[in-house]
Design a protein around this ligand. Structure first.
Ligand SMILES: [Zn+2]
Ligand SMILES: [Zn+2]
Length: 253
C-alpha cells in the first residue's frame, strides 16, 4: 500500500493580498483538513519566488506558525515551492533554505504564455530547466507539476486544445532518465489525470522506478482531496511504495 502523502499543500494565509480579497488557509487549517482526510504524511509549502505578493518574510511567518504547532516529526514537513529558474537553479537557494529551516524544496517551472508565446518554445524551455535542475541542482528534491503550464496555452487561445501528448516523448524520456540517475522525485500533479499521454508518462515512471511525489497543489482546504485521488490512481497502476518520495531531513530549527 502506498502512503497517503501530499507534499504540495499551500498555506496561503501569509501571502500579501489586495484589500477585501479572500483570506487563505493557515498551516493549522491545512493540517486539520489533511488529518480529517486521513493523510499519513504531509508537507506545507508556499511559493518562494520574486513575486510581490510572496515576499520572503511571509515564508518566515509561515515557518514560525509551523514550528509553534509542534507537529509530529516524520509526519509533518515544511517545504517551499520555488520557481525553477532559467539556469536550473531555484529561487529559494541554499541560503533561503537554511534561513527557513526547510525539510525540502520543490522546484516548479512557472513559465507560460507571458514569457514564451509559442507552445513549442514553452515546452523546450520547461524541458531544459527541468533537465538542468535534475542534473545540477542539489538544493532541490522534487520537480513540481512537469508541463502543467501547457493548459495555459489552451486557456489563452494560443492552441485549440492542450493535451499531454503535445510534449515530445524524447523530452519525457530524458526527464525520467535524469530523475532516475539523480535520485530526485517527479511530482504527480496534473489537472487531467485521465489524459492517455499523461497515463503513458506515469507508466514509464513506474517501469523505470523513478521516485514520485504526490502533490495536490491545494491553495485552499477543499483542493487537498486531489491527493487522495492521485494516491488511489497510482495504487491501481501498481506504483511501488519504495519509489514513493518523502523528505529525509530532520528539522533542526
Ligand atoms: Zn506551481
Ligand atoms: Zn503550488
Amino acid at each position: 500500500m502506498l502512503t497517503r502523502s501530499d507534499f504540495h499543500i499551500h498555506a496561503t494565509f501569509y501571502r500579501l493580498r489586495k484589500k477585501d480579497a479572500a483570506i487563505g488557509p493557515t498551516v493549522r487549517e491545512q493540517v486539520d483538513v489533511a488529518m480529517a482526510n486521513g493523510m499519513e504524511k504531509i508537507g506545507i509549502v508556499e511559493h518562494c519566488n520574486y513575486a510581490a505578493h510572496h515576499p520572503f518574510h511571509c515564508l518566515v511567518k509561515l515557518g514560525q506558525e509551523f514550528r509553534q504547532l509542534k507537529l509530529e516529526l516524520g509526519k509533518f514537513f515544511l517545504g517551499v515551492e520555488a520557481d525553477l529558474l532559467a539556469d536550473g537553479q531555484d529561487s529559494c537557494g541554499v541560503y533561503g533554505r537554511q534561513r527557513l529551516g526547510l525539510d525540502y524544496v520543490i522546484a516548479s517551472s512557472h513559465v507560460g504564455p507571458g514569457q514564451q508565446s509559442q507552445l513549442s518554445a514553452y515546452l523546450k524551455e520547461e524541458h531544459r530547466r527541468i533537465c538542468l535542475a535534475l542534473a545540477e541542482n542539489d538544493n532541490v528534491e522534487v520537480i513540481g507539476h512537469p508541463f502543467a503550464g501547457g493548459s495555459r496555452y489552451e486557456r489563452s487561445g494560443i492552441i485549440p486544445q492542450w493535451h499531454f501528448g503535445l510534449v515530445p516523448t524524447e523530452m519525457l524520456d530524458e526527464i525520467v532518465n535524469l530523475a532516475k540517475k539523480s535520485g530526485k522525485a517527479l511530482e504527480v500533479n496534473y489537472s487531467r489525470m485521465e489524459d492517455p499521454a499523461y497515463q503513458e508518462f506515469l507508466q514509464t515512471m513506474r517501469e523505470k522506478q523513478v521516485l514520485f511525489s504526490i502533490g495536490s497543489d491545494a491553495h485552499d482546504t477543499g483542493r487537498q482531496k486531489k491527493a487522495l485521488q492521485i494516491h488511489a490512481m497510482l495504487q491501481q497502476m501498481g506504483f511501488q511504495k519504495k519509489c514513493q518520495w518523502q523528505p529525509k531531513t530532520k528539522r533542526l530549527l
